[in-house]
Design a protein around this ligand. Sequence first.
Ligand SMILES: [Mg+2]
Length: 348
Amino acid sequence: MDFRFSQEVNPSTYKTDGLADGIPVRVHRDFHKAFQRALQAQQDWSSHVRPLSGYQGGLGNKFSLMSVAMPECLPERLEIMSYANEFAFLYDDAMEAHLDGHNTQDPGPKHKSFFNMFRDGVMDRPNDSNWRPEKHLQARVWNEMMAIDRPRAIKALAGWAISVDVGSEYRARTNFKSLEDYIPTRVIDFGERTWYGALTFGMALSIPPVEFGDCMNLARPGYVALALINDLYSWEKERNAAKAAGEDFVFNAIWVIMQERSRDKGTGLLPEDAEAEAIATCRAEIKKYVREYHTTVDHVFHDPTLSKDLKAYLEAVLLMISGTLVWSIYCPRYNSKPQDSQHQSEMS
Ligand SMILES: [Mg+2]
């Protein structure tokens, strides 16, 4: 793909924990606008839904998530993508808070109505005064997207609904037998369909329907890498949240690996180093999938039978891996500890 809106970030200014396989990080030239709109989403949520305090979401040190996750987003679409992504973070966190204390086998009617917010057609009906405040904000996001590019906005909404809907059903599962068993569920929960919608909208890509199956299959290892990167860097946050809620399960690869490989067959107890070992295994799996996907994209680049937009999409997922990885390493969302001083001085 031709790079039109982004520049490569100097690799000496960030670390990748050895997981990026040499994939460069690119940042959108309008990163400050993405940052402002993410902040705006937080302010709107705070004013209309519930007050936020100390909330970080997609903000980062200098670069917010969307400016490095979608560096080639069309400039006139970057702000709404940043707002929408922040809204999704706020919504996810609200959902997690909502699930706290519930045993998710049967989410119950209240929980279901919460998800219905996303199933009901916000595009078909005018704003309803009975809507929850979240829904008014959601409608604003979609109206803005629809005004920019109606067909792709509709597809993006459908993708988000699938991720939320299917993801919530799958997420009720807690009995994963192995990492292989967990990964397909996690990839849907991570939102491969949401990101498909977001990237095709943001970059105005038209992937021919005949290529959709290939597209999902080719991108799959990239999304596995993204989901595992999220699990690795959000592990402490999620482990602590589960502990505080008194839950005996964490929806995270590290938890699944610990159960799968480490539990003593006789006593059923976990050895002391189980967590460190599971983290090391998760890192090895990330490396494996990043490499596999990087190789896939290199091959695809030389395949004359695939469309230009499919190639651009697959390359965009590749850049999303390096961008999300570096954002995850430094973002305040997963790091309550102070960053190393060298990074602070160069990135903040
Ligand atoms: Mg996570």
